[in-house]
Ligand binder design. Structure first.
Ligand code: FE2
Ligand code: FE2
Length: 140
């Protein structure tokens, strides 16, 4: 299955929508999470929210560069009344992002879009840090 620029733009737009939803989800979770034991992770969630917005900016610019129209839609957002359930929702999202960006890097390289691949590698490294923060908070 050879990837085309058009296909890659479509996939990057899905990634972009999920960056927007991740940012909103983190803002929501940081706001509603309670309990002294969660103080440190609440601070981390706020940092994650800002980093997801940075990813959205990078992806928007790259999609435009590739000749596409950056999506302004927002992906699915999950919340809960339970702290650990919220952290699990966030971890699931990060693990999905890690899988998607691994695939996206390979697709960008297949098209010899090496600058894009480099940007995606930087995003992937941040998503891995996010997953580690969440695992630690969940005692995993
Ligand atoms: Fe992200
Ligand atoms: Fe993330």
């Amino acid at each position: 299955m050879a990837v085309t620029t058009e296909k890659l733009v479509g996939l990057l737009n899905m990634d972009l929508e999920l960056e927007y939803s991740a940012a909103i989800q983190y803002i929501n979770h940081a706001a509603v999470m309670t309990g002294a034991a969660y103080g440190d992770i609440i601070k981390e969630l706020r940092i994650h929210a800002n980093e997801e917005i940075q990813h959205a900016m990078i992806l928007s610019n790259q999609i435009d560069y590739l000749g596409g129209s950056p999506s302004i839609n927002v992906g699915k957002i999950l919340t809960s009344m339970d702290n650990d359930e919220m952290l699990q929702e966030d971890l699931d999202g990060e693990e999905d992002a890690i899988k998607r960006y691994r695939a996206r890097i390979a697709q960008a390289e297949e098209l010899k879009e090496f600058a894009l691949a480099q940007q995606l590698r930087n995003i992937l490294a941040v998503e891995q840090e996010h997953a580690m923060d969440l695992k630690q908070a969940l005692g995993k």
